[in-house]
Design a protein around this ligand. Sequence first.
Ligand SMILES: [Zn+2]
Ligand SMILES: [Zn+2]
Length: 484
Amino acid sequence: MEEKVLESRRIRIYPTKDQQAYLTFNMFANIKMWNALLAEVYKPVSELDEVQALPRNKQSKEVYKRIERMSWEEQRDLFKGLRGLSTKAIYDADETVFESGWTLKDADTSMYSYTLRTLKTAMSNHLKNPRHFGIPRFKTTMDVENQGSYTSGAHVCEISEDGKYLRVGKLKRFKLGLIEMANHYPSDGRLYKVTIKHESSDTWYVSFVFEQAEHTVKRPRTGLAAGIDLNVTGNSHIVLQDGTRYQLPYDKIRKLEQKIEKENVKRSRKYEQWKKEVAIIEEDNKKSLIPKHVPTLAERSNYQKNKKKIAKLHLRIKNLKKDYIKKTCSKLANEYDVIVMEDLAVSDMEKNKYRARAITRSNFREIRDTLTYMMDWADKKIVFIDRWSPTSKRCHTCGYIKHNLKLSDRKWTCPICNSHHDQDINAAKNILDEGLDLLDKMNDSCKKCGHERTVITTDEKWTCTKCGAKNKTTPKEENSSDVA
Ligand SMILES: [Zn+2]
Ligand SMILES: [Zn+2]
């Protein structure tokens, strides 16, 4: 069987109020389906007398606690309950009529099979790696008016010839205006699935996933290799061994952050005002015969406007970063055949409160993941070296390790060989050398499909990114090149 690749395209859409209502309902129904499936699976636990005796709002917590205490085998047996469930049986049996007059059946029912699939994945992920993936939990529909998403099968979607309209789901004449998708994002692949997403800033997106024979973007071979130092403190946060620096649009981000701060002050002032008014009305109501209406926060339109404004500003920062990361990584993947970087444990670093802001700002995790898939798709190599290696403290010229080097010493001079170093460039040079050594040792091909390993780590076990086969590489000895 020929291997296919999946590629997605995300496009902003502008649904009308009616369309928004239907899409929101779909998101709502999706959560209902997830919860219904989960409730069926967890039934053996939630129906225990001890659990039933608790007040309703404490029951699910108790259920989680009991399942988490179960052994692996017991959990596996409990999760098996999902096998016998069909989403059709659930929406056929469910008699809830929602405010809009719709029932679960009126939603785009093909999305339910994706819900089931996601739940299956969540459960098997938990069994495989319980430390990283907790047990699946019930979802809340509380914020579904403001944000949410759902995925549906391609067979319920139809994109018009000119690429401007889309029909999705059950409503026959349900169309969405698109920014001429056909021109911007050509794909010769088969439409595989569609995800509709609503973000809290009142923006809507649709993601199309296509199944293609090969990836659209072609990246030519250059024969070059680069070491990347991800900088924590300075302004330029990607530094290459040749001194090239890449920098996030900090000025713009800082301005937006200042705006957010201002809006936050306004919002809390509005909140305090509302609380005061509520207190006064409630006090009055105690004495008067005809109680006055107590306004809720949802009725405060100024407060809500403010909230949306803040969400929009956050989205602008997010988009700025995303755009920058995509463009920078794409440029790097075009220019180099091998990229070496440190595998930073970002979560450890984020715990360090002094550096946290700088790190989350530069989105290391995203850079790492973006570069990985871009290099892998282009059949190029990305190498991750050990993150405990003293790359910034070792003099690249003579190998001397300066143990007392501080992060703040941007420039330093080696006491042994007198070389002058820029901390980042010196680190990037060491990273590149170490990466090329590791590449020599760990380079390998998949035993099943012959695809060359693209993501190189110190780990001997690796999964083929093409066919998914598990492989094991025994590192080659340092002097093996002499034998050959
Ligand atoms: Zn030196
Ligand atoms: Zn393979």
